[in-house]
Design a protein around this ligand. Sequence first.
Ligand code: PEP
Length: 257
Amino acid sequence: AVTRRPLMAGNWKMNLNHFEANLLLQKLAASLTEKQLTDVECVVLPPFTDLRTVQTAVDGDKLLIGYGAQDLSAHASGAYTGEIAGSMLAKLGCTYVVVGHSERRQYHREDDALVGAKVKAALANGLTPILCVGEGLDVREQGDQVPHCNTQLDGALKGLTAEEVTRVVVAYEPVWAIGTGKTATPEDAQEVCGALRTRLAELYDQATADQVRVLYGGSVKAANVAAIMAKPDVDGALVGGASLDAEEFVQICRFPE
Ligand code: PEP
């Protein structure tokens, strides 16, 4: 059987200054044991302005907590005012970067082609992209969530080799469940996470698909994480609101207990 190490990634969004970031990180580190952080991969995704602080704490105290950014530029360098390159994130010790979050797609008009270019930029810099896909309420009400998410997946992975795809994490985030308190049922999460893995097997092969971690995201909290994680194709969670609360995120990372 294939074993995929569970991944709990906390997307802090546009929250926490560097003092607050340090405090939250210290609380996580103090509450999670080495065994817990070995069994479950725990990652934080702060705003760009907190990355140096997080790097200093993680390196200084040799914390077993990973970190990454919430977005990156599709470009390598140059006249792109306000953008951050993948190489800059790698230099700060980031190992992950979120790509194609629904808030970027919605408020910054990111389409599948741009998301695909950002996935490539992440991989080119040794970063693991957490590629977000997910349907809005209108698509869900039509029952078209699987084809919708497959189209987003196809667009974002276009041109990648099987080896490159094994370095991608996919996150299924139904837009209607983000920040709304409405969690998809574990069955809803499994339906799309399973379909995305099937699609990966069609695009590449089963062995490749079996290596890719597929996360669920959308109002995940301590109270619902275990039931979602019990599903065979759900390998972790992308957590927004609940990742800002140290105790809540610690409980999420301890879901196997
Ligand atoms: C997210 O934005 O990635 C997310 C899942 O948010 P929340 O957990 O707050 O719904």
